[in-house]
Design a protein around this ligand. Structure first.
Ligand code: PLP
Length: 407
C-alpha cells in the first residue's frame, strides 16, 4: 500500500463491525491485545482445514507441509526484524516467556553473586520479576534507571550505573503505560562500551516502529504475536547467535536434543535447542500472515498515521477539565494514559464500556510506575492502525458523559 487508506484498513478487521451494549465497538485497548485482520483469521482456518500436522517428525506429506510452513514463518520473522541468521529466531509463547528464558539461561551462565542487572523505572512486570527472581536466587543486585515526571529516563544516571559488575541491561523499547519511546540506540551503545549485552522488550514497539536488530546491534529482542495483529500464545525471542550458543537450554524434552541416553543428553543446534516439545504450530504459521499484513501496509506508513492520531487524541484530552495525561515524553507512541481529578479510573472504564468504548484501567502490569506517580492507576486508551479520529471523538464524548455522572 503506497499511502495509508484507513477505510480499507478498518474493513480488514471484521470485529470492528460489531456492537457492544448496542453501540458500535470503539476498541482502544490495543496495548493489551490487538484485533485480527481477515487474512489472519483465514490463515487459522486454512491451517486447521488443510495442513494440521506435527512438525519436524513425520515422513508423511502433511508433516512436511506444516514443517515447511513453520520454517517459512521463521524466515519471515527474520526478514521482518532483519536478523542475520534464521536460527537466531526462537519461537516462544510471548514476550513474558522470552524474557524468562533469557533471565534463566543467560542468568545461569553469567549472572552470579554481587553482579548487577539494570532495568528501568518504566518496565512491565514481565521485565522486572524474572530478573528479580534470578537475582534473589544468586544474590545479584537489580538496579533501576530512574525517570522524570514526564516518563523520560535519566540517561546520566544510567551511564553512571554501568560498571564492571553489570551483566545485562534489560529495557522496554516503548512503555506500555506511558507510551515513552526510549533512546534505545544510546542505551545499547553505552552498554556495549563495557561489553554488556542489552535485551529490548519490544512488546509495544514491534507493531508501531520498524525494528532492525542488526542496525540497533541489540543482543536480545522479545515481542508477542498477539500485540501485532497475530495469534495469542506465540512470540519471538531474537538473540545473537554467539550468545544463544553459549547459553544452556531452557527446558528439556523432545526437539531440543540430538541424542539421549540415560547417562547423557546432547543438545540440538539453534534454534531447536530452545524449543522443547511440540510448538504452537498454528500460531507460528499464522504469525507469518500478520507479518505479511504489516509489511504490506508498511511500518513507516503505520507510524506516521498513528503519530498523527496520537497528536489528535493528546489535543482532545488536554482540553478536558481536570484531566492529566500521565506520560508526556517528547518521543511517544500510541498510548494515552490519563487520570481525572477526584474520579477513580475504574469508574471511568466501566462507564465507557457501557457505551461500547473499550479502554484499560488500572496499573497496566507496571505497578512501580503508578507508585512513582502516587496514583492507583490510569485510564489507558492505546491506539492501533485501525483506530481513527472518530474513535477519539467518541472517547471524548463518552468521557464527558461519564464525568457528568461521576462528578
Ligand atoms: N512487556 C510490555 C511492555 C508489555 O506491554 C507486555 C504486555 O502488555 C508484556 C511485556 C508482556 O507481554 P505478554 O503478556 O504478551 O507476554
Amino acid at each position: 500500500m503506497n499511502s495509508f487508506d484507513i477505510n480499507r484498513v478498518r474493513n480488514d478487521f471484521p470485529i470492528l463491525a460489531r456492537e457492544v451494549y448496542g453501540n458500535p465497538l470503539v476498541y482502544l485497548d490495543n496495548g493489551a491485545t490487538t484485533q485480527k485482520p481477515q487474512s489472519v483469521i483465514d490463515a487459522i482456518i486454512h491451517y486447521y482445514s488443510e495442513i494440521n500436522s506435527n512438525v519436524h517428525r513425520g515422513v508423511h506429506h502433511l508433516s512436511q507441509v506444516s514443517t515447511d510452513a513453520m520454517e517459512a514463518a521463521r524466515e519471515s520473522v527474520r526478514q521482518f526484524i532483519n536478523a542475520k541468521h534464521v536460527h537466531e529466531v526462537i519461537f516462544v509463547k510471548g514476550t513474558t516467556e522470552g524474557i524468562n528464558l533469557v533471565a534463566q539461561c543467560f542468568g545461569k551462565l553469567k549472572i552470579k553473586k554481587d553482579d548487577e542487572v539494570i532495568i528501568s523505572a518504566m518496565e512491565h512486570h514481565s521485565n522486572i520479576v524474572p530478573w528479580q527472581m534470578h537475582c534473589e536466587q544468586v544474590g545479584a543486585k537489580l538496579r533501576v534507571i530512574p525517570m522524570d515526571e514526564r516518563g523520560v529516563l535519566d540517561m546520566d544516571a544510567y551511564k553512571n550505573m554501568l560498571n564492571e559488575k553489570t551483566k545485562i541491561v534489560a529495557i522496554t523499547y516503548v512503555s506500555n503505560a506511558l507510551g515513552t519511546i526510549n533512546p534505545v540506540e544510546e542505551i545499547i551503545a553505552a552498554a556495549h562500551q563495557l561489553d554488556v549485552p542489552v535485551l529490548l522488550d519490544a512488546a509495544q514497539a514491534i507493531q508501531h516502529i520498524s525494528v532492525d536488530v542488526q542496525a540497533l546491534n541489540v543482543d536480545f529482542l522479545v515481542f508477542s504475536g498477539h500485540k501485532m495483529y497475530g495469534p495469542t500464545g506465540i512470540g519471538i525471542l531474537y538473540g545473537k547467535e554467539s550468545l544463544l550458543n553459549e547459553m544452556p537450554p531452557y527446558q528439556g524434552g523432545g526437539e531440543m536434543i540430538k541424542e539421549v541416553t540415560f547417562e547423557k543428553t546432547t543438545y540440538n543446534d539453534l534454534p531447536f535447542k530452545f524449543e522443547a516439545g511440540t510448538p504452537h504450530i498454528e500460531g507460528i504459521i499464522v504469525l507469518k500472515a500478520a507479518i505479511d499484513y504489516l509489511t504490506e501496509i508498511g511500518l513507516d506508513n503505520i507510524k506516521k498515521y498513528e503519530d498523527d492520531l496520537l497528536d489528535y487524541g493528546t489535543g482532545l484530552l488536554s482540553a478536558v477539565n481536570g484531566l492529566k495525561i500521565i506520560g508526556t515524553a517528547p518521543e511517544k507512541s500510541s498510548v494515552l494514559s490519563f487520570i481525572v481529578d477526584g474520579v477513580h479510573p475504574y469508574d471511568i472504564g466501566v462507564l465507557l464500556d457501557r457505551m461500547g468504548i473499550a479502554v484499560r484501567t488500572g496499573h497496566h502490569c507496571a505497578e512501580p510506575i503508578m507508585n512513582q506517580f502516587e496514583i492507583p492507576g490510569t485510564v489507558r486508551a492505546s491506539l492501533a492502525l485501525y483506530n481513527n479520529k472518530e474513535d477519539l471523538d467518541k472517547l471524548i464524548a463518552g468521557l464527558d458523559r461519564a464525568l457528568g455522572m461521576l462528578r
